[in-house]
Ligand binder design. Structure first.
Ligand code: PLP
Length: 436
């Protein structure tokens, strides 16, 4: 019961004091359950909370220097400086579809500048909140605009990046898996992949990682990509490429776009969807620079598709942020910055390749049972070790090595100095099964 009060204001003040003093009793959100930490982002929290000086963060996929520090590319710093000094630059709203120059350069980066689909005006591109935002806008568009009567179903690899299923599921798509990883060989289960994709209903969406598959680091070979294209066409599936690592896998932007270009150039002309991220290849993680492109049959269709993409975006966040897209556009457009970017990109990819060699050498030196050459064969940011959850938990508990519990390690988080320590820790958990 509230005590007698002279005025409504006094009564409210007493009520507020009672609520504060009395804990959460009357809270509108009393029933809200604690959500589990994100399996990937949560690794950062456990790393931060760890006070052991030997601690190592191999969880989140972000590039680190040999000294373990985040890296801002020189090309990016220079583009930022030029933007800051540009008297014509302003902070006005971007159009709903984003910065036109960024959109043009992004699709050219993926498909190649002279691509017929671009020349014909058949590609609808919108700027997006990095790769995640591009996937989400693409998924929402598909859920609303796949032909009537066609199943709203997307096939994703098993395993895949942890967010894919949630993104498509939240957008209203039914998510099914196709086999991808062969745990025995720690390579591609190509026969299983083809069997599952071949059994998909016509019109289903097929999510493909353009290169450097996350989490496995295992990609189809060029010949396997050709077979996948034939299968996709035969079964009339809609390819949806997720390109989060262009240039980061091999160090070469064109080589890493080979799968996307193969599909986009198929006779047909092929229709497809493409999500691009500049988080890894330009180090623009927090700037949220990305793009979504829909390759259509005609310029007319592309125009209508773009108009509908804008209707997806407008009630979500109205229009995208300017800064990251302006940086990326400048880096792509300016020949000198572009050359510098490519040089730095190759440098990052090469450092990761060197870490693979170093870790493999350290593992072999410890004579671990089994074949660990997959560390060399897998590409891109991650290695998928095949370590069990118990072994991963032991790596964190006993060795202060923080990683996702599926056994994925970010090679970009390693240095020449930390490779022997990781190899020692892996040797230990392999020997004990993670029980010690
Ligand atoms: C396969 C894949 N797709 C998309 C993303 C999205 O990244 P972002 O939203 O930071 O661009 C990631 C990030 O790790 C990824 O690995």
């Amino acid at each position: 019961m509230l005590p007698e009060c002279d005025s409504p204001n006094a009564r409210l003040a007493v009520l507020a004091r009672q609520l504060c003093a009395g804990g959460t009793d009357g809270s509108t959100w009393e029933h809200v359950q604690q959500a589990p930490p994100d399996p990937i982002i949560g690794v950062n929290d456990s790393y931060r909370a760890d006070t052991d000086p030997r601690k190592l963060n191999l969880g989140v996929g972000a590039y680190r220097t040999e000294e373990g520090k985040p890296y801002v590319l020189r090309a990016v710093r220079e583009a930022e400086a030029a933007l800051a000094a540009d008297p014509a630059a302003n902070k006005e709203y971007l159009p709903i579809a984003g910065l036109p120059e960024f959109n043009r350069l992004s699709r050219e980066l993926a498909l190649g500048p002279g691509h017929a689909a671009i020349r014909d005006g058949r590609v609808a591109t919108v700027q997006a909140l990095s790769g995640t935002g591009a996937l989400r806008v693409g998924a929402e568009f598909l859920a609303q605009h796949l032909p009537p009567g066609q199943p709203r179903v997307v096939y994703v690899p098993n395993p895949t990046w942890g967010n894919h299923k949630t993104i498509f599921g939240k957008a209203g798509m039914q998510v099914r898996e196709y086999r991808y990883f062969d745990a025995k060989t720690r390579g591609l289960d190509f026969a299983g992949m083809c069997a599952d994709i071949g059994a998909a209903p016509p019109g289903a969406v097929l999510l493909l990682h353009a290169c450097a598959h996350n989490p496995t680091g295992v990609d189809p070979s060029p010949d396997q990509w050709r077979q996948l294209l034939a299968l996709t066409q035969e079964k009339r599936l809609l390819p949806f490429f997720d390109s989060a690592y262009q240039g980061f896998a091999s160090g070469d932007l064109d080589a890493d776009a080979a799968s996307v270009r193969l599909f986009a150039s198929a006779p047909g002309p092929q229709e497809m969807v493409l999500a691009q991220s500049f988080a890894k290849n330009m180090g623009l993680y927090g700037e949220r620079a990305g793009a979504l492109s829909v390759v259509c049959r005609s310029k007319d269709v592309a125009g209508r598709v773009e108009s509908q993409l804008k209707l997806v975006i407008r009630p979500m966040y109205s229009n995208p942020p300017m800064h990251g897209a302006a940086i990326a556009a400048r880096v792509m457009a300016d020949p000198r910055l572009n050359a510098l970017w490519k040089e730095e990109l190759a440098g990052m990819a090469n450092r990761i390749k060197a870490m693979r060699q170093a870790l493999y050498g350290q593992l072999v030196a410890r004579q671990l049972p089994g074949d660990w050459s997959f560390v060399l064969k897998q590409i891109g940011m991650f290695s998928y070790t095949g370590l069990s959850k118990a072994q991963c938990e032991a790596l964190t508990r006993k060795w202060h090595i923080h990683l996702t519990m599926d056994g994925r390690i970010s090679m970009a988080g390693l240095s020449a100095a930390s490779c022997p320590y990781l190899a020692e820790a892996i040797a230990d958990v392999v020997a004990t099964g993670g029980s010690a």
